[in-house]
Design a protein around this ligand. Structure first.
Ligand code: R5P
Length: 318
């Protein structure tokens, strides 16, 4: 493999969050994952030890921040600290799913901006760069004072739907904030968008699709969202789209978090297909609804290779 980097040889390690994904990235890069022990003592203190020499090497630590979120975050921070103290040449935190992204602004009195706090933690621990995928909101990029590359899986999702040759597709944003994302997918499918006016009244994770901007009658709707957690948002959108005469309704998200209650919430919803990526461990099989998973391991692998050799990451999306 060509190595033009000013850092040493590339070394890729996985925490405990999603080892299968890290292995798929390693396979794409044609290198084995490095040997790193990440374990917890009986007092819940986490211990990390790199069993490979990483002095001056270009180290990539793969860890989506998924449940148990605070444990996985702490593992990543301690891995970064251990790599720093082992004299790694450069440390990139590869975070396919960035938790706490929904806490990105002070939108109620006396609340934190936890997405910013997590960024601070990563920097203080010693990360030199971050590589991530579809943040909940673009402004989170600005919470970091170190370089951050944000990849997007939506072109892959759009290409999948293109291959399905839907008769009369329309891309549906689950809220006004998701309109740009829906537009990008719609452009690739050469179609238009509809926007759901979604409201949340409190902090109880309940979402209500109030009304719809756009026409979906007789059309094949593709709901796109960055993540599905409780399923409340998409369940409410599916109901509204059916009410407005949609012919079919598919749901696509990047981060399929699927909290246990999502299965109940989405049960019996009239869904034609669920499409998601492997940025987080894959959800349990989904009753009778057909599901399709798209791997973003090659995308992450290509980005790692480009970061390592000083290539353009942006060109991955041209
Ligand atoms: C919210 O703004 C996001 O884009 C998603 O719609 C939300 O995170 C989904 O959460 P849930 O599945 O719990 O409704």
């Amino acid at each position: 493999m060509l190595d033009t980097t000013r850092f040493g040889e590339m070394a890729v390690f996985s925490g405990n969050a999603h080892r299968a994904f890290a292995e798929a990235v390693g396979q794409h890069l044609e290198i084995p994952l490095g040997n790193c022990e990440v374990m917890e003592f009986s007092n819940e203190n986490i211990f990390v030890r790199f069993h490979d020499n990483i002095r001056e090497r270009d180290v990539f630590l793969i860890q989506p921040i998924v449940p148990p979120v605070n444990t996985r975050l702490m593992e990543l921070l301690i891995m970064i600290d251990a790599a720093k103290r082992a004299s790694a040449g450069r440390i990139t935190a590869v975070i396919p799913y960035y938790a706490y992204g929904r806490s990105d602004k002070k939108d109620q009195p006396r609340v934190p901006i936890t997405a910013r706090l997590v960024a601070n933690f990563l920097e203080v621990a010693g990360a030199d760069r971050v590589l991530t995928v579809d943040l909940h909101a673009g402004q989170i990029q600005g919470f970091f004072n170190i370089p951050l590359d944000e990849l997007t899986a939506f072109p892959l999702i759009a290409d999948y739907f293109k291959s399905q040759n839907l008769t009369n597709p329309v891309v549906v944003a689950t809220d006004v904030g998701g309109a740009k994302r829906a537009q990008n997918v719609a452009e690739r499918l050469k179609t238009d968008i509809a926007i759901v006016d979604k409201r949340r009244s409190g902090n109880d994770e309940k979402a209500e699709a109030v009304t719809l901007i756009g026409d979906v009658k007789g059309r094949d709707c593709i709901i796109v969202d960055d993540e599905v957690l409780t399923g409340g948002t998409v369940a409410s959108c599916i109901g509204l789209l059916r009410e407005r005469g949609a012919r079919s309704v598919r749901v696509a998200c990047v981060h399929a978090l699927f909290a246990p209650r999502a299965y109940q919430v989405l049960d019996n919803k009239d869904t034609d297909e669920m499409v998601f990526t492997d940025s987080v461990p894959l959800p349990a099989p989904w009753g009778t609804v057909p599901s399709h998973s798209i791997s973003i391991a090659p995308l992450i692998g290509d980005a790692i290779q480009r970061i390592h050799t000083g290539g353009s990451v942006g060109e991955l999306f041209r």
